[in-house]
Write a protein that binds this ligand. Structure first.
Ligand code: ATP
Length: 307
């Protein structure tokens, strides 16, 4: 096998400013100094998996600008294989402009830039790598046709597909859903995709499996996660791990990258979710997305494990 985890997805420079008060239409407010960091769901998930020691590659597109270099440096530092990160001459790297309000709530505008130029032909060119990977991880910040091509290529090759349908569309591509093993959603995405606004996590998971996903994981913030395996009658609840949350940016991506890494190592879905919950819990204790992701050595001991 070439890779444990191949992530096909977005790479964005996160530009973050904190404000005391959110500006209204036509208004200007002063914020803190600008913080630039490597982000984007694809790049985040790859960094999370690589930092945990999984052999990881990222298929993504950046521009030949300073933000592209920031993204490459982030992956280099995490230990990701970079040969599938495509650098497009003259294109702008994707950017996420993030305004953090006084309660820690984010407002985000994403300019896709080079992410919009990651095409099915780029997936086709990486066919061999997809076939030689244990797990392919997908999100929805690149063109839908590209995501679909990656899912189909992986499925044809017998490569397991993890799908994080974020940002949540109104309707999921049935081909993508059928490939998802698991579909990984947070509470917001679960509500949106099931229309079960007052549902329980168990009801969301069942509904998404009934819609065609092979298996489902629902992340529940501080409460941990819920895993519903293919064919299983009951979902498995994974309790949260207590953490002093300072910044939850990218926690969901840390979770998904960790889940993919553990599945690639042969873990069952509940085992992988248990591991991913511990990784997510560390990620929220540090600022930023990728800079907050732990190595194996930085993980807290498993519950019940004494050191
Ligand atoms: P984000 O959008 O902030 O990246 P998300 O909404 O996609 O995250 P969550 O369900 O909020 O996803 O969090 C993902 C995982 O991160 C959780 O399953 C959990 O492991 C961890 N986590 C998040 N918030 C907390 C918290 N307050 N305390 C402990 N762990 C947390």
């Amino acid at each position: 096998r070439m890779y444990d985890v191949l992530v096909v997805g977005s790479a964005n420079a996160d530009l973050t400013v904190r404000v005391d008060r959110r500006p209204g239409a036509g208004e200007t407010v002063l914020g803190t100094d600008l913080v630039e960091s490597a982000g984007g769901k694809g790049a985040n998930q790859a960094a999370a998996a690589a930092r945990l020691g999984a052999r990881t590659a990222l298929l993504a597109k950046v521009g030949d600008d300073a933000f592209g270099e920031l993204l490459l440096e982030g992956q280099r530092e995490a230990g990701t294989e970079l040969r599938h990160v495509l650098v497009e001459t003259g294109a702008r790297t994707g950017t996420a402009m993030i305004v953090v309000g006084p309660d820690g709530d984010n407002s985000i505008v994403v300019s896709p830039g080079a992410n919009a130029h990651l095409l099915p032909e780029d997936v086709e060119a990486a066919r061999e790598a997809i076939a030689a990977s244990a797990v392919v991880s997908l999100q929805l910040e690149i063109p839908p046709a590209t995501v679909r091509a990656a899912a189909e290529t992986a499925r044809d090759a017998g490569t397991r597909v993890v799908v994080n349908p974020s940002p949540a569309p109104d309707r999921l591509d049935p081909e993508l859903l059928a490939a998802a093993d698991p579909l990984v959603v947070n509470e917001h995405e679960a509500r949106h995709l099931t229309q079960l606004v007052d549902g329980t996590p168990e009801a969301w998971a069942r509904s998404l499996r009934d819609q065609g996903a092979r298996s489902v994981v629902v992340t529940l913030g501080a409460e941990g996660a819920l895993a519903l395996e293919a064919g299983a009658g009951e979902a498995v609840a994974v309790p949260g791990v207590k953490a002093e949350a300072v910044d939850t940016t990218g926690a969901g991506d840390a979770f998904t990258g960790a889940l993919a890494a553990r599945l690639a190592a042969g873990a069952s879905l509940p085992e992988a979710a248990r591991f991913a919950v511990r990784v997510g819990a560390v990620a929220v204790t540090r600022p930023g997305a990728q800079p907050s992701y732990p190595t194996l050595a930085e993980l807290p001991p498993e519950p019940g494990q004494f050191t």
